[in-house]
Design a protein around this ligand. Sequence first.
Ligand SMILES: C[S@@+](CC[C@H](N)C(=O)[O-])C[C@H]1O[C@@H](n2cnc3c(N)ncnc32)[C@H](O)[C@@H]1O
Length: 245
Amino acid sequence: MTELPDAPGWSEDDSRHFIDRGAYFVPERETQIDTIRGVVPPAPDGAVIVDICCGEGLLCEALARRFPKAEIHALDGSRTMLAAAKARLEAAGAAHRTTLIDIAETGWRAFDRPIHAFVSSLAVHHLAGPDKARLFGDLTAALAPGGAIVICDLVEAQREAGLELWKRHWDDGVRERSLALDGDERMLDIFRADGWNYYADPGADPVDTPSPLFDQMLWMAEAGLTGIDVHWLRAGHAIFSGVKP
Ligand SMILES: C[S@@+](CC[C@H](N)C(=O)[O-])C[C@H]1O[C@@H](n2cnc3c(N)ncnc32)[C@H](O)[C@@H]1O
């Protein structure tokens, strides 16, 4: 098989590490997944739900189980992630499609039918601000009336005090998980050594470009979405959404 290049700023090694460590490094991961799927509007039979940068497919599977008659489209820039997501969707008996994309490109944003919901978790921060605004516009154009965009992502702190809090809260979350799952703080040490806490050193990795939550909600409004709301936030990870009238 021809080797395709890694997604810009994300390697197949990153995918394997994230699969191994996501249970520790993602704050309240089960709550995040439950919240995202909870704010997707009820899906008519055959509705298409698209997970952008689906990773190993945990959210795809949760959506497939809540909406067994929907079709789940799993998009990602990593073949390792897409293979894992496909296996989960098959095991769940879901109608599905997997597609290799670069989120920064626009070609994948054309769909053969209106989309019921776009969801995306922990990936949109790879786009610069104007590219996020463009993404929200493109996705809104592809939505069916009544459909939704639900984003879960790191957002940018606006003041030093907020940055400090989110840095500490993220460390606290990893400590909690490390103690709960392994009975020690070893994964917190790895989290720190890996420089995974964006709020400890924003700007350290040019591929991470979170935007303020307020700006992103305005971009959703400018795209034509309504009912824009924040549903959950911890350690700088926010879940927010809007609905196409
Ligand atoms: C932090 S992981 C999040 C995965 C999953 N959504 C979750 O919440 O568990 C980031 C995901 O974005 C994907 N990714 C990174 N850069 C990308 C790009 N430029 N285009 C498409 N996917 C990308 C990675 O392969 C990975 O699956």
